[in-house]
Design a protein around this ligand. Structure first.
Ligand code: ZN
Length: 323
């Protein structure tokens, strides 16, 4: 069983684009049992063209008008439903042989700053939420995409952001720390009562992207009993920061090993970023997941370790966070 921390299949579905990485007809053969499916509201077309080679420094996207964010998020919720997947509200719903989806909101622009609509989203199935993407909003500020760079790029949570973290704790919604800048990370970490979660981020010590986690951040996630979903985006894996498919999948193993060694095998999992990033040609999509598992075994991870990385760690954190 493989449970994954992040994919953008909903965005592709909403755009009526073919999936690049998450071909659900391959799921059973790949042992892919689902995970976090993101709703993400894009900015103006072309505003975020991914750089191929490092170094790069992309400014934050402009803030999104809320009415627009609400409209697109609602449309994407319909696209999510059109996938016809069981929507997880309990960790027990993940079973072998089927794909189960966690409804995740990547960037909280669509939410009312007074949070009057958060319960409605919860009733729709929302069980995971990232405060920000690479923009500022009323809750917090995301990191700009920069390599090399520190994640300490701007101010932390606003009062509305603090209230949003507290409300997520009360309802039992995962607060995703990926994309937050470092001040925002520490603010959220200081408030939340749940294990810390970064659904799709890597080790900054191995790849100095603003999107990755410093050793101190990793340590805090480990101490909290949380989990880091290792992101397969090559630009967040490679030491040189280059965004090229011609990258060995052992780069994923390198980050898994580093995080497991630093904070323990109970705190590392997958967070592929499939359909939202450039990934190794050796992975190619969900059909490449078994090859990553084989590479982990070759690197010395035993069966127990691999079960933790592929699904047990995610399931534990979901059980501890959801109500
Ligand atoms: Zn993301």
């Amino acid at each position: 069983m493989i449970i994954d921390g992040h994919n953008d299949l909903v965005l592709r579905t909403w755009r009526e684009q073919q999936t690049k990485h998450v071909d659900l007809s391959q799921a059973r053969a790949a042992d892919f049992c689902g995970g976090f499916f993101a709703i993400w509201v894009p900015g103006a077309p072309g505003a975020m063209d991914e750089p191929v080679l490092a170094p790069y420094d992309i400014p934050l996207e402009p803030q999104l008008p809320r009415a627009h964010a609400v409209e697109v998020a609602r449309e994407q919720l319909a696209a999510f439903r059109s996938l016809g997947l069981p929507v997880a509200t309990s960790a027990d719903e993940f079973v072998d042989g089927r794909v189960t989806a966690i409804l995740h909101l990547e960037g909280a622009e669509a939410l009312d700053p007074m949070l009057t609509d958060l319960v409605d989203w919860y009733r729709e199935g929302l069980r995971s939420l990232g405060l920000v993407w690479a923009r500022r909003n009323v809750f917090a500020e995301g990191v700009p995409f920069r390599f090399p760079g520190s994640p300490d790029t701007g101010p932390g949570l606003t009062i509305a952001g603090v209230r949003l973290v507290e409300a997520c704790n009360d309802l039992g919604i995962v607060v995703d720390l990926s994309h937050l800048n470092e001040k925002g990370f520490w603010d959220a970490a200081g408030i939340t009562t749940a294990p810390l979660v970064a659904t799709h981020s890597n080790a900054h010590a191995l790849c100095a992207s603003t999107r990755n986690l410093t050793d101190r951040q990793l340590d805090a996630i480990g101490t909290s009993g949380g989990v880091v979903g290792v992101n397969f985006a090559v630009g967040f894996l490679r030491e040189d920061g280059n965004n090229v498919e011609d990258t060995p999948l052992t780069e994923i193993v390198r980050h898994v090993s580093y995080i497991a060694k630093r904070i323990g095998i109970d705190h590392v999992a997958f967070g592929s970023d499939f359909d939202g990033a450039v990934v190794s040609h050796e992975v190619g999509g969900i059909q490449g997941l078994p090859a990553i598992v084989s590479a982990l075994a070759e690197a010395g991870f035993d069966e127990q370790d691999i079960a933790k990385i592929t699904h047990r760690n995610w399931l534990r954190v979901l059980r501890e966070t959801w109500r």
